[in-house]
Ligand binder design. Structure first.
Ligand SMILES: [Zn+2]
Length: 200
């Protein structure tokens, strides 16, 4: 079996620079990211000129295309939204249940029902979830950490931070959607106007 020594080189200046760097370091294989690893829910955009530049950099670096390994962004999340939502619900229900506080349990149950039954909320939440995976994980572990330290005040604070951040992102998201909607309707009525002006 042929063996190749490669590197995951820095892509500053463009992905083709990663190929050139690997080549000048004597590498025969290369690993690259599909997208900056700190972006979530980012759709890979591939402009043709970028592909061209990358291919010619590879041949200049004498790295065969077959020796390029593509690494997904750091946090690959293979769970579906429904699964994530179920896990999230379980987390919050477990903590609410541990509080033995009927009002808290009721609130969490109501929040989840709202999220499942109102399409607007559901859509907003799905959009936010696609972007905030890491923030949610951190906030959840802050809550767990405080509980582990038997610090109910800290846990309450961490939980409040989690819900506030979520709520705020959902509001941002719905404002963005409302703005998009407005833009689309304005464009449509402009089109209708242009059309009627043409006919007249
Ligand atoms: Zn949560």
């Amino acid at each position: 079996m042929d063996q190749f020594i490669g590197a995951h080189t820095v892509a500053n200046g463009g992905i083709h620079m990663a190929a050139l760097r690997a080549g000048s370091a004597g590498m025969r294989a290369l690993q690259v990211f599909t997208a900056p690893p700190q972006y979530y829910g980012d759709k890979a955009s591939m402009r043709p000129e970028r592909i061209e530049r990358f291919r010619s950099a590879l041949s200049q670096a004498k790295i065969a295309l077959e020796q390029v390994v593509v690494h997904g962004a750091y946090v690959l999340n293979t769970a579906t939204e429904d699964e994530i939502s179920a896990i999230d619900r379980e987390f919050h229900m477990t903590i609410a249940g541990a509080s033995n506080n009927a009002a808290i349990i009721h609130t969490i149950e109501t929040l989840w029902r709202m999220r499942l039954e109102l399409p607007e909320v559901r859509q907003g939440h799905a959009m936010v979830c696609r972007k905030d995976g890491q923030a949610r994980q951190k906030e959840h572990s802050d809550v767990v950490e405080a509980l582990r330290k038997r610090d109910p005040g800290g846990a309450r604070l961490a939980m409040r931070r989690h819900f506030n951040r979520l709520l705020e992102s959902m509001l941002d998201e719905s404002e963005l959607r409302a703005l998009d909607d407005l833009r689309r309707r304005a464009a449509e009525s402009r089109e209708r106007y242009m059309l009627s002006a043409k006919i007249a």
